[in-house]
Design a protein around this ligand. Structure first.
Ligand code: SAH
Length: 244
């Protein structure tokens, strides 16, 4: 099954952009995934091809019209999930990315201006998703981020099949730190244990480093992870959280 991505945007020329190179680009050429960028403006019905209107209730900026976006969406809709990029959405997680990558693909709506007319979400079952707590000028970079995260998980895209398993967020922790040649660089030496060849010690060191870094850098992740470890009631939900 090919992962089929359709992006609805006012700037189709932004695609595939960075997804046309490296692993994602090769996979695209090999047909492991497909990408269609649809110009939403083509679905405007007036002479001026208007896609936006001023905000009801007043205020700055313009809002993407629900009727125009819905017409664009209806022209491509099938069984795939529909997601809209918006800072008002649920933060994108590796678990959501994994679930999407295991499915038929996704239809992605890229906002511009102040965003979408809110009625669109319920009317078309659109899932609002954010790529982080900051504001971009448009949803296109968010769509590229989301697709990059999905595509690298598709079968045959990444070199080593299990290089994803320890990665940050897969286990609820950040990944352990990495080192490579030279052994000593600017007076700093790779931790001795990593040069010991003792796999059990290395494993234990990596585990401890992953835990320490997560605790210090991402107290939010650590709190969730730690509550699972001690088997608190909130921890009992973690398995399902990760799967959905
Ligand atoms: N007025 C909106 C921001 C609009 S930014 C608000 O304050 O919530 C314009 C468009 O950029 C959005 O419609 C969305 O598609 C995209 N965008 C901006 N920040 C984003 C983020 N953190 N995640 C995903 N999309 C984002």
């Amino acid at each position: 099954m090919t992962f089929a991505a359709t992006v609805l945007t006012l700037y189709p020329e932004m695609f595939p952009g960075p997804l046309g190179v490296s692993l994602a680009g090769r996979a695209l050429r090999e047909g492991r995934w497909s990408l269609d960028a649809v110009q939403m403006r083509d679905f405007a019905t007036d002479r001026h091809r208007t896609v936006d209107g001023s905000p009801a209730g007043g205020g700055a900026g313009m809002v993407l019209r629900a009727d125009v976006v819905a017409a664009a969406l209806d022209s491509v809709a099938d069984a795939r999930p529909v997601l809209a990029l918006t800072p008002r959405g649920a933060p994108l997680t590796q678990a959501r990315v994994r679930a999407l990558a295991a499915g038929p693909g996704a239809v992605l709506l890229c906002g511009r201006f102040e965003g979408f007319d809110e009625r669109l979400f319920e009317a078309r079952g659109v899932e609002p998703v954010s790529i982080g707590d900051y504001v971009l000028s448009g949803g296109e970079l968010g769509a590229l981020v989301l697709l990059d995260a999905c595509v690298r998980l598709l079968p045959g895209v990444m070199g080593a099949p299990d290089s994803g398993l320890d990665e940050s967020f897969e286990t609820g922790l950040l990944e352990y730190p990495h080192y490579t040649r030279p052994v000593t660089w600017e007076g700093r030496t790779i931790p001795e244990v990593l040069r010991s060849g003792d796999h059990a010690r290395i494993e234990a060191w990596r585990r401890a480093a992953a835990e320490t870094d997560t605790r210090l850098r991402r107290p939010d992740l650590w709190e969730r992870y730690d509550s699972v470890r001690v088997g608190s009631p909130s921890g009992a939900r973690r398995e399902t959280d990760v799967e959905t």
